[in-house]
Design a protein around this ligand. Sequence first.
Ligand SMILES: CC(C)(COP(=O)(O)OP(=O)(O)OC[C@H]1O[C@@H](n2cnc3c(N)ncnc32)[C@H](O)[C@@H]1OP(=O)(O)O)[C@@H](O)C(=O)NCCC(=O)NCCS
Length: 359
Amino acid sequence: MQHFWNQAPVASLIDILRVKLFGAQNPRAPPRAIEAPTLLADTPQLEVVQGRAAAEEYTVFLSTNYLTAGSDGPRSSLTADTLETLIADSGARPLLYRGSGSGSGSSRRELLGCILSAPLGKLYRAAMPGSAGASDFSLRLIRDFCVGATNRRQGVGTKLLLGVLRDCAMNCGGVQAVFLKEGAPLGLGASTPLRSSSWIYRRVAAGGGAAPRQVRELSLKDALELVAIYGLGNERLLYNRPPEGAAVATRIFLYEGFRGSAVAAFTPAYQVHPRDGAAIIFQTGWVETGTLLPMERATALRQLSDAAAAAMRAPWVWMDGACARGPVQPPWRADGPFHWYMYGWTADLYGNAELFLVV
Ligand SMILES: CC(C)(COP(=O)(O)OP(=O)(O)OC[C@H]1O[C@@H](n2cnc3c(N)ncnc32)[C@H](O)[C@@H]1OP(=O)(O)O)[C@@H](O)C(=O)NCCC(=O)NCCS
């Protein structure tokens, strides 16, 4: 069977070892594409979702099969309306993979899996001012990676991953992408994650308590200006600028403390929590400046999540536990690890990048 990671464009192990042992050769280089001459060989062509019926088929398939934490965990709540908006306003490309499944015994082409890529625009290395830090490619986010429950562990997932990268190469100008994986990291042979950390989460009480006094929402333009300024000294911070005119679902909030400030980005997970059917958002960006004292940091996380939950009407908030810098304290609860993987590009950061992603 064709294995995904043998075909996917990733940094070589020697490059990764070199950076881990000796540091990046040129730490100030912007993120750069890795050539992928073999990617298009034998990769399946997936069907792009077009029209209402296909959008409904996609969302029903996801809500039935995308149970990343099992049948008692969060469930996809992506609707056909939202999917059509993501296609029209954000340039998302949801893809379907059909074939003959294992269970049916027939040769009828059933829906075996789905996957989606969406444009994130150029990626920037924050330590380099202005456009000097811009990547030589436009990045895409891959999500909704899902294979039907009865057809797993037979290579369908690999076909979806190859298929989405083929689609990116043929229709979107390149195969450079990021992908969030929760739980265990991928096994040997896969690329090294861009960032690994652990989630913390909380449910914000109805009404969100008192209005957070030190937090305000930022426009995308103001937020990206602040990220660029706060990030100037930070070699590990990468951020994206979404394509001109694309609708953005991520919302960004600023906490201003006594001696330090933090900017946090939150993105809809398009999932609902099994306990009460309410919406989930997750943090896709964090950058801080100055000094946040430990007590103040706890206040910052709390007020930022309060503000995001209220503005986005999503009481369940997942944040990167590393932002808390210490043991998990109430109201937060610990969840499992997560990993951001990069396909087709490198910034010489393996495992410890800091990200500010606007989706
Ligand atoms: C994850 C899932 C799509 C894998 O599908 P599958 O058909 O069982 O996958 P395959 O049989 O092709 O094997 C998995 C391959 O994909 C890779 N893989 C597995 N999970 C991956 C992930 N999240 N990201 C990237 N690659 C992944 C494995 O390394 C393996 O590659 P290999 O063949 O080179 O060893 C499937 O289990 C699923 O739909 N789960 C529920 C939804 C979910 O958890 N999605 C992932 C969200 S992060």
